[in-house]
Design a protein around this ligand. Structure first.
Ligand code: TXA
Ligand code: MG
Length: 327
């Protein structure tokens, strides 16, 4: 199969007809790129799992373009969903709700809940409006880092999808927050740019964290996600990263440091990929930096952010990428 990359605006009509014909289309969102198929078409959705090499017990998010569309794919929708939607949709928030009968088993991995999200990207919303409902995971090969550019997707899925809509770099840079509203009290199954602190006033309570396991509520979390192909570590400090870098270099290995510019003085002349200045810069650029780094380096060392909120969300991904290893 030939994979075409087309500017999102120009490719939209083609994308809509591919989806209607049971094919896959990659589209940009503000978080990461998505690999979409008609959520009502089980055979089309099966192609998503095949193209990614994704285990079938990991359910997909169903994407909407208008809040009202939720009624077709979910049922018993609590009032708080609409409160959250008013504030956070479109945006980097996915909400888990009881599933409507219309959604095939393959989308929800047989479960009776469905994850719903409205992306904050005009091309994505137009595509969804014209091909609703759109089931889509991140458009990476399973277990690899999520893609934040059309080129990243091409590197992973070339020959496996007919069309990639190119909408430039994703602004947010990590996947959406997943909030479960089906288990009594709200639980964050995956942290993201929309934080517990931001959600709490609308929920009336501080949401719990999915790490308090006891249920198999966050199926995706049991898989090792987001890992680069090179050996990777989180740095306990810029100093420890510099020392580790020097040891690796002395052994003839090719290390690289992924750090924000505030550490430039400590890191000196050592090879570094900049993660910008702010926490948001770090979030925006870390996946792209991991993909650049793995291409021509053996060892990747990533800055550790301390603190709550978005810093903690980014570190959730970094710790997965490095498999918990620190230096
Ligand atoms: O930002 C995003 O969310 C991107 C863009 C494309 O929208 N999508 C994305 O999809 O990251 P994916 O499939 O890579 O991650 C979805 C996560 C997985 O961890 C999955 O297990 C979880 O959401 N999930 C999906 N449906 C669920 C459900 N019904 N209950 C609990 N978790 C669910
Ligand atoms: Mg994913």
């Amino acid at each position: 199969m030939i994979t075409r990359i087309i500017n999102a605006k120009e490719g939209l009509d083609d994308a809509v007809s591919l989806i209607k014909n049971g094919e896959l289309v990659v589209f940009p969102t503000e978080t990461v790129y998505g690999l979409g198929a008609n959520a009502y078409d089980a055979a089309a959705v099966k192609k998503i799992f095949e193209a990614k090499g994704r285990p079938q017990d990991n359910p997909l998010i169903v994407h909407i373009s208008r809040v009202e569309e939720v009624r077709e794919i979910a049922r018993d929708i609590p009032e708080v969903f609409y409160t959250l939607a008013e504030r956070f949709m479109p945006g980097a928030l996915t909400v888990v709700l009881p599933r409507s009968e219309r959604i095939p088993d393959i989308v929800t991995a047989g479960g009776d809940t469905v994850a719903v999200r409205m992306p904050d990207n005009a091309f994505a919303r137009e595509l969804i409006a014209r091909s609703f409902p759109l089931a889509a995971p991140s458009a990476n090969r399973s277990k690899h880092v999520s893609p934040t550019s059309a080129k990243h997707v091409y590197d992973d899925l070339k020959g496996k999808v007919p069309l990639i809509l190119d909408g430039g770099e994703c602004g947010v840079g990590i996947e959406s927050t997943v909030l479960d509203l089906t288990s009594g009290s709200p639980v964050i199954l995956r942290p993201g740019a929309v934080t517990a602190e931001m959600l709490a006033p609308y929920l009336g309570v501080a949401p719990g964290s999915g790490k308090v396991i006891g249920t198999a509520k966050s199926p995706g979390m049991k898989y090792e996600h987001y890992a680069p192909t090179a050996e990777a570590y989180a740095a306990l400090s810029a100093e420890s990263a510099a020392a580790f870098y020097d040891r690796c270099a002395a052994e003839g290995r090719r290390p690289v440091l992924l750090f924000r510019d505030i550490h430039a003085d400590v890191l000196g002349e050592r090879e570094r990929i900049s993660l910008g200045v702010s926490v948001e810069d770090f979030m925006h650029s870390v996946y792209s930096a991991l993909r650049t780094a793995e291409k021509d380096h053996d060892v990747i060392v990533v800055e550790t952010l301390t603190g709550e909120g978005r810093a903690a969300s980014v570190m959730n991904r970094v710790m997965k990428a490095v498999g918990g290893k620190t230096v």
